[in-house]
Ligand binder design. Structure first.
Ligand code: FES
Ligand SMILES: [Fe+2]
Length: 380
């Protein structure tokens, strides 16, 4: 099985090349990625809680396309391109809002209901034989898993979200016990990182940089000292924290309640997982942190970093002051700084490609997955 092969290649590993430098810097590659990945398959944009009630909506940038996600009168999620079907005008401003029953285009005041149906066309006359049913908003597929909100911009029906999640080396579906659908965003930090999204993914998936870049982190997760991200003794990508630690912060001490569904052995562990193409989730005994990568171009990625807690915890204290938040913010800023340095280097004409030693093997497998999506031959 692929998953086991990735993890246990101690004997057979040989140095593999990184992606070529142009994949991190070229506009042409970025345009092709939009066609083959960002506008072709499921992409995580946020959390279902961000659109709470019927008529609430929020726009999301999906590699340059503005998408509206809303809830209809039945409370079901609906998503559309942010484009009027009359003459293409941007329908709503970027951000979040709420409408009563319809979206009204600011140009000629055509209106669309919460299912995207065209319901109002002022001054289009009865005798024009104009059939409103032919001009709905352009639909976008939308689905959720564990409270995460995914959209797919492809016109055809995509594979079911769960199958997509399970198609890589790691999957969100392995962590149902963390009960993430019931957690809520207690704090959000948004970072603008001057680096290609793949550099951010690759940084997330290796720890050869940890002893140098994260002196505080390696105190909490001892295995990271050795540049390893995979503990062969623990399933599901779990890593043992330092003895006695029950929370992800420099003291290891938690004052947050333990998440109800986790196992006893989870209490001293940290679980990190990456879901292609743009979600990385860090699960802890008492809280969850995740990154959603929003690529803006070949050399710019907006990284949304959210902190999930039990709703009752958010109600009773200012979670933004939790040491858990400070700790992840510190680690994040340390990472973005080296990602930006990496971007500068790979943008040089000297950088044809680099090399992956064994402890970079998850990056190689990410690259193989990327090559498959891009229609390229695997290196193997
Ligand atoms: S472009 Fe939207 S109503 Fe005309
Ligand atoms: Fe890091």
């Amino acid at each position: 099985m692929l998953e086991q092969r990735i993890r246990d290649e101690r004997q057979t590993w040989r140095p593999r090349p990184t992606l070529p430098g142009r994949d991190y810097r070229d506009e042409a590659v970025w345009e092709e990625e939009k066609e083959r990945i960002w506008h072709a398959t499921w992409v995580c944009v946020g959390r279902a809680e961000e659109i709470a009630a019927p008529g609430d909506y929020r726009t999301y940038d999906v590699a340059g396309e503005s998408v509206i996600v809303t809830r209809n009168a039945e409370g079901e999620l609906r998503a559309f391109f942010n484009v009027c079907s009359h003459r293409g005008t941007r329908l709503v401003d970027e951000g979040a809002g709420s409408v009563r029953k319809v979206f009204r285009c600011p140009y000629h005041a055509w209106t669309f209901d919460l299912n995207g149906r065209l319901v109002g066309t002022p001054n289009v006359e009865q005798d024009e034989l104009f059939d409103r049913a032919n001009y709905p908003l352009h639909p976008v597929h939308v689905a959720t898993y564990a409270g995460f909100l995914f959209v797919c911009l492809a016109p055809e029906e995509p594979m079911p979200l769960v199958d997509f999640l399970d198609s890589g080396a790691e999957s969100l579906t392995a962590y149902d016990r963390f009960g993430m659908a019931d957690l809520r965003i207690g704090h959000r930090i948004v970072y603008e990182v001057k680096a290609n999204w793949k550099i951010v993914v690759e940084n997330y998936n290796e720890c050869l940089h940890c002893p140098t870049i994260h002196p505080e982190l390696v105190q909490v997760v001892p295995l990271f000292r050795f540049g390893e991200v995979w503990d062969e003794e623990i399933p599901d990508d779990g890593l043992q924290m330092v003895e006695g630690a029950t929370s992800f912060n420099p003291t290891g001490r938690s004052t947050l309640p333990r998440l109800p569904g986790i196992r006893d052995e989870d209490v001293n562990r940290y679980y990190g997982m990456y879901q292609f193409p743009n979600l990385a989730v860090d699960m802890h005994p008492d809280a969850v942190q995740y990154y959603i990568l929003v690529p803006r171009g070949p050399a710019h990625t907006t990284v949304i970093s959210d902190y999930l807690f039990l709703p009752e915890t958010i109600a009773e204290r200012d979670v933004s002051k939790e040491p858990f938040v400070d700790f992840w913010d510190l680690i994040s800023r340390q990472d973005w700084e080296v990602c930006e340095r990496a971007q500068l280097g790979v943008s040089s004409r000297a950088y044809a490609a680099g090399v992956y030693p064994r402890k970079d093997r998850f990056l190689f497998w990410f690259n193989e997955q990327y090559r498959a999506w891009m229609g390229r031959e695997p290196i193997g």
